[in-house]
Design a binder for this molecule. Structure first.
Ligand code: NAP
Length: 365
């Protein structure tokens, strides 16, 4: 065999020196590769084509069916489920309607004890009764506290935390979900509208978290969830105050995350895309104290409220840093915007200038 390879080497013009016995096989391998190089190239091309095909198929499947970022989808299948939160005390703001209401149901089914907060007591009582039904015997009336709260009334936050601690003695999870959206042209918006939305969407969560944090730090454990929005990651038209507040709230809590990591306190920022709720009924316009008063139509392309809430609770259970929850094409646009910002801007423009323009402009987060 070694003789053959030597002869082949000489025929091909190699000058073979006397080599140690172990390297003969290596030389033979190189020579065989050289002799069959065309076949080898074809083999490599086929392998590359198969790998590319698999990657493309995966991207197409992901594009068509994904409604959350990859890590969240993975954790939803293989990570900790909501039931891992059983027994924990969770405080939800904006629990009287929409996403907050469905987060309450998801946590009640998981066996969490709850504090339900918003401004409308009657709606909170309705959600409380529904939570007790959803909990199917895991919770008693005492396990769900209705606590009326206006996130804009910063002065009241400290005394509310004291009341909650008197009832439950601990707060494991704070979900800052209460929020207000907007529909108005950038140029027409009164500064007072920016101020109000900043109070509800940014300073409210900051103030409440600031009074809950000393308790969490003392216990060396806790989770704070911020229900932000896709518009916190990319600019969308006709809601400047909303865009600005959602970006801002993320920055405030990104900063907090770096300071409390040593205290075993985790911060989860959820960025949902269009989801069914009552968001437009109470959304701001360009005028101070004016409400949009528009109900969402069932025909709009939006995620169901319970699915959005399920993803948020999954993110919380798995202590994920930041999650994106949106149907296509919004999820893909988020990915493009995040990793290739200039292309992201193009895809946004293309989507908005398509025939669906009126529908998309009505979409607000
Ligand atoms: N739906 C979407 O498409 C979407 C998309 C992305 C992000 N989000 C975010 O998801 C969160 C929940 O909104 P949603 O869609 O579920 O809308 P929603 O049905 O209108 O719920 C908003 C909740 O916030 C409460 N709230 C408003 N102002 C408050 C205040 N000053 N103090 C205390 N509570 C207040 C409301 O309760 P009261 O009126 O009883 O006070 C209500 O429970 C918001 O932060 C929103 O920005 C929604």
């Amino acid at each position: 065999m070694a003789e053959t390879s030597c002869r082949t080497g000489i025929r091909l013009g190699f000058k073979l020196r006397t080599t140690p016995p172990g390297s003969n096989n290596y030389i033979l391998f190189i020579l065989t590769l050289y002799t069959f190089r065309k076949m080898f190239l074809i083999f490599v091309v086929v392998i590359v084509a198969v790998v590319l095909f698999l990657i493309c198929s995966f991207i197409v499947l992901f594009w068509r069916s994904a409604d959350a970022d990859l890590l969240l989808l993975f954790k939803e299948k293989f990570g900790r489920g909501p039931e891992s939160l059983k027994g924990q005390v969770a405080w939800i703001t904006g629990a009287s309607s929409g996403i907050g209401e469905y987060i309450a149901y998801e946590l009640a089914r998981a066996g969490c004890r709850l504090i339900l907060s918003a401004r409308r007591r009657d709606e909170l009582e309705r959600v409380r009764s529904a939570c007790l039904r959803e909990a199917a015997g895991q919770l008693t009336a005492d396990d769900i506290l209705v606590q009326v709260l206006d996130v804009q009334d910063f002065e009241s936050h400290k005394s509310l935390v004291i009341k909650v601690l008197e009832h439950f003695t601990k707060i494991d999870i704070l979900i800052n979900n209460a929020g207000c959206s907007q529909r108005a042209k950038w140029m027409d918006i009164e500064l007072d509208v920016d101020r109000t939305l900043f109070e509800i969407n940014v300073l409210g969560p900051v103030s409440l978290s600031q009074v809950v944090l000393p308790h969490m730090m003392k216990r060396n454990r806790g989770t704070i969830v911020i229900v932000s929005s896709m518009v916190g990651k990319l600019g969308l038209p006709h809601s400047r105050s909303y865009n600005g507040t959602k970006s801002a709230v993320q920055a405030y809590f990104e900063c907090l995350r770096t300071e409390v990591a040593d205290n075993n306190i985790s911060i989860t920022i959820a960025c949902p895309g269009p989801t069914f709720s009552n968001l437009f009924l109470h959304a701001a316009t360009s005028k101070h104290n004016e409400k949009l008063g528009r109900a969402m139509s069932r025909t709009e392309k939006r995620m169901t409220t319970d699915l959005c809430a399920h993803y948020i609770v999954t993110a919380l259970a798995n202590k994920l840093y930041e999650v994106w929850i949106a149907q296509q094409p919004w999820l893909a646009i988020l990915y493009i915007q995040q990793y290739i910002p200039d292309l992201g801007r193009c895809s946004c423009l293309i989507t908005q200038s398509s025939k669906k323009l009126p529908d998309l402009l009505r979409c607000n987060f």
